[in-house]
Design a protein around this ligand. Structure first.
Ligand code: FNR
Length: 388
């Protein structure tokens, strides 16, 4: 068996014997504070901000505090198995990197998508690569190594462009497609509104469009010659208010596993399942899209029940290994890390992202060891108790 994820702490303690302490913070609050200092203010506020007064964003993280894992003793969980199958992808752990449309500009070198992809190669943690990236998806996928990758589609209004993006993802070797449903229009985001700050409208992270033959044909000239026209065309094509009637078309685009992101209502989950999707992705978009909603974690059990055996990916509010464990116990098949990934990239590029991922995995693994839950299958709702 390869080294357990928890062995990251042994590396750190051993380094400590020669006076070397970790380069990056171990606690999320410190990671966040340092990342704020490292990022340009406009990028920081875009990453940190959410919808309205950010109540739902805070509720996403607070929801995890209302559950406690019940320790079990004399289990002898000397070896833990965190491996999982998600839509045919055999993964060493249930952790994945969520799609974040500004990863590109989170690193100091402006190539954060490539850095995240390299972190995927180093850790085995798959990346869900956003449509909104600073480097084209082919170049991102080329960095994945042996780790599978997933492409996240923001479905444009132009169907041919959507088809082109999906087929490029297939050719680039992505192994599943996530279609995000909750962001065909931007939610009301006071932090960004206050500074008139919308990164894509400033021309950032549009490489998948400007490199696309359909997009280029629509533009009628090279985007490099007229970046402003390219950005305006992007703004016209970006958001498609999809309905259930569009789902058969989306399904027909690819034989890759199709996963719908943003589903929180059991009825939507059942309907998606009936229409032939392969996975459900329960998320409130980190509270960025609509304020006043319920925390994603509270929606998870109903989604899992309705998914009735389909894999359920989950994100929104995951900040620690303990959070990963709780989401698994509430039925998630795989758990996504979002903002902490952006923070790690801002602080240390590939190394910062690897640190964030390894820390989450180490904590999750060590909780399973200490609390006597040797496999993910042992983590059921019965392992949790409501604490408030
Ligand atoms: C996102 N998210 C997102 N989702 C998506 O499907 N495509 C995207 O391009 C983006 N872009 C994006 C940018 C930024 C700055 C953030 C913070 C988030 C949502 C993301 O996939 C995920 O749902 C949230 O990040 C989960 O919330 P937390 O845990 O990061 O707070």
């Amino acid at each position: 068996m390869s080294q357990p994820f928890g062995s990251y702490q042994n590396e750190i303690y051993l380094d400590g014997l020669s006076g070397v302490v970790p380069r990056f913070p171990l606690l999320h609050s410190e990671l966040e504070a340092k990342a704020q200092a490292a990022m340009p203010p406009s990028v920081w506020s875009y990453v940190a901000g959410g919808a309205g007064d950010e109540h739902t964003q805070r509720a996403n993280t607070a929801a995890f505090q209302r559950w406690g894992l019940i320790p079990r003793m004399l289990v002898g969980a000397a070896e833990r198995d965190l491996s999982v199958d998600v839509c045919g992808m055999a993964l060493p752990s249930p952790l994945f990197m969520v799609p974040v449309g500004v990863l590109g500009i989170c690193t100091q070198d402006g190539h954060g998508d490539l850095a995240a992809a390299r972190a995927a190669a180093r850790t085995g943690v798959p990346m869900v690569a956003s449509t909104l990236s600073a480097d084209p998806m082919e170049e991102v996928a080329a960095e994945f190594g042996a780790t599978p990758g997933i492409f996240q589609l923001y479905t444009p209004t132009d169907r041919e462009l959507a088809e082109s993006l999906v087929h490029r993802a297939e050719r680039a070797g992505f192994q599943a497609i996530v279609v995000t449903l909750d962001t065909w229009i931007t939610g009301w985001r006071p932090r960004d509104l206050a500074t008139g700050n919308f990164p894509q409208l400033r021309g950032h992270c549009l490489a998948n469009y400007t490199s696309d033959p359909v997009f280029r044909a629509r533009l009628g000239r090279a985007p490099e010659e007229d970046p402003r026209a390219a950005t305006l065309l992007w703004a016209q094509l970006f958001g498609n208010p999809l309905t259930w009637d569009d789902l058969p078309w989306l399904r027909s685009l690819t034989e890759l596993p199709l996963i719908l992101k943003g589903l929180c209502h059991p009825e939507d989950v059942r309907r998606a399942k009936d229409l032939g999707v392969d996975g459900i992705y329960c998320s409130t978009h980190g509270g960025r899209q609509a304020n006043g909603g319920l925390p994603a974690l509270d929606a998870l059990p109903g989604v899992v029940e309705a998914a009735d055996g389909l894999p359920v990916l989950f994100d929104s509010g995951v900040r620690s290994g303990a959070d990963v464990i709780k989401a698994i116990a509430l039925g998630a098949t795989a758990v996504g890390v979002g903002r902490p990934l952006a923070h790690g990239l801002a602080l240390g590029g590939v190394d910062g992202a690897v640190h964030v991922l390894r820390s989450l995995l180490a904590e999750a693994d060590l909780i399973m060891a200490v609390d006597g839950y040797p496999t993910l299958a042992d983590l059921t709702p019965d392992a949790l108790q409501r604490v408030t």
